[in-house]
Write a protein that binds this ligand. Structure first.
Ligand SMILES: [Zn+2]
Length: 427
């Protein structure tokens, strides 16, 4: 039976004092005490004979976005939907079992490095639709990583928006001290910042628990599907597919990055080891992060050197999985061409690229004499670079030294040439 099946709700309301939140279930992301608080607040609203401006739940936009300054190909995996089975069974809107018993919202995980992404604040929680702030809380510890049992203080940081028709959306587990400074009752626009994704409250890892209630405070699953009787049409302006297959990240690392999810590390104990500059002869660890992989769809990783020459060409056959990592170790042998390398990941109609640099290390001082090369090239020195010419048939040359770059009189460069002071010899 579905939790919002009309006859069930009616029956509950006849038999007892109507609790629109039905039974909370111990395992839900949000504790019963908060539902009771919101129920009382909503009852007070009702008594004031509030007039709603609309009689329809507004169409919802995605409640997350990349924060400004971050440009990851993608950043989330949907982990759990609403459990629409009111008994001990589990059923999501698509008649699958991507949920857990008693779950009332949609859990959207950060991916692939959830703790790092939480710490850097790379994902904003935003208002799915316009409205006013109905309730909010902040200041609660946000690095919970174990839900069995939940920490004694199971409350998390959150915002609730009340929309024009009296429906509400809940944004839960928000990062500590990131909740909007707006006050209860203030208006918010669709897409307006509400906070950052965190792991406050009953949470095993940084994720957003997004929950929708209609004006009667019944939980509504916004995803339209054959097993969802809480809404006949999708509440999303653009509903994401059940298998939201795609690429979340391609990157280079000094060693294989460690993912804490599933290995008990908790929290912040993983070392992502991101690295984009490598000394010639060292190993480059490449990882591609896919979401909702489908068996039978091949993935491809290609690495091209500064001349555009294909130097690694790999094919993967991922199984069906919520998240899947592709790993490859690329050796920058001393025969490799120094300069900018490009790694390309192709999967399910998407192509994502990432650049990394291979240089001849970082001596204190470097003297270049009649330098000629046929590809892009980067020269680093912790102190000085001195050069008399640069004959580059490639696209560009970069000099990067911490203290001084000297071009001797008569210096000429055949092609694009850049020189930077500072930041040489880092990662
Ligand atoms: Zn949840």
């Amino acid at each position: 039976m579905n939790i919002n099946n009309a006859s069930f709700i009616l029956l509950v309301c006849i038999l007892c004092v109507c609790n629109p939140f039905v039974s909370a279930g111990q395992k839900n992301c949000v504790p019963e005490s908060l539902y009771q608080r919101w129920e009382l607040m909503a009852e007070a609203d009702k008594k004031s004979n509030i007039q709603y401006k609309s009689n329809q739940i507004p169409l919802l936009n995605w409640p997350l976005r990349l924060a400004s300054g971050f440009n990851y190909p993608n950043y989330y995996v949907i982990n759990n939907y609403v459990d629409l089975d009111s008994g001990p069974g589990i059923e999501d809107y698509n008649c699958g079992a991507k949920s857990y018993n008693g779950h009332r919202g949609t859990d959207i995980d950060l991916d692939p490095f959830e703790w790092q992404m939480k710490n850097e604040g790379s994902v904003d929680v935003i208002a799915a639709a316009a409205g006013t702030i109905f309730d909010k809380d902040d200041g609660i510890f946000d690095e919970n990583c174990n839900t069995s049992p939940c920490p004694s203080n199971t409350r998390g940081n959150y915002v609730i928006i009340q929309h024009d028709d009296g429906s509400r959306t809940l944004y839960y587990h928000i990062k500590r001290f990131s909740v909007t400074s707006k006050n209860i009752g203030d208006a918010v626009a669709q897409g307006e910042y509400l906070g950052k994704v965190g792991s406050s409250g009953c949470s095993s890892h940084p994720h957003l628990h997004f929950e929708v209630w209609n004006s009667q405070l019944d939980v509504v699953d916004p995803f339209a599907g054959s097993c969802n009787t809480t809404t006949t049409s999708s509440l999303w302006a653009n509903q994401k597919p059940y298998n939201d297959t795609g690429i979340n990240r391609i990157g280079t690392y000094s060693s294989v990055p460690v993912h804490p999810e599933g290995n008990g590390a908790c929290p912040n104990t993983h070392n992502v080891n991101q690295k984009n500059h490598f000394t010639r002869g060292s190993s480059v660890y490449i990882q591609g992060n896919l979401r909702h992989t489908l068996s039978g769809i091949w993935a491809y990783i290609k690495v091209r050197d500064p001349n555009g020459l294909l130097v690694a060409d790999l094919t993967y056959t991922p199984p069906t999985d919520d998240r899947y990592f592709l790993n490859h170790t690329f050796n920058t042998s001393l025969f490799s061409v120094p300069g900018k390398y490009t790694v390309t990941l192709n999967y399910f109609f998407a192509t994502v690229t990432h650049d990394f640099w291979v240089t001849d290390g970082c001596p204190s001082n470097r003297t270049l004499s009649n330098e000629t090369h046929n590809a892009d090239r980067w020269y680093n020195a912790s102190q000085t670079i001195t050069s008399n010419s640069d004959s580059n048939a490639g696209v560009e040359t970069l000099y990067n030294a911490n203290n001084r770059i000297t071009m001797t009189p008569g210096f000429s460069a055949k092609n694009r040439f850049r020189a930077y002071l500072g930041n040489a010899c880092i990662n």
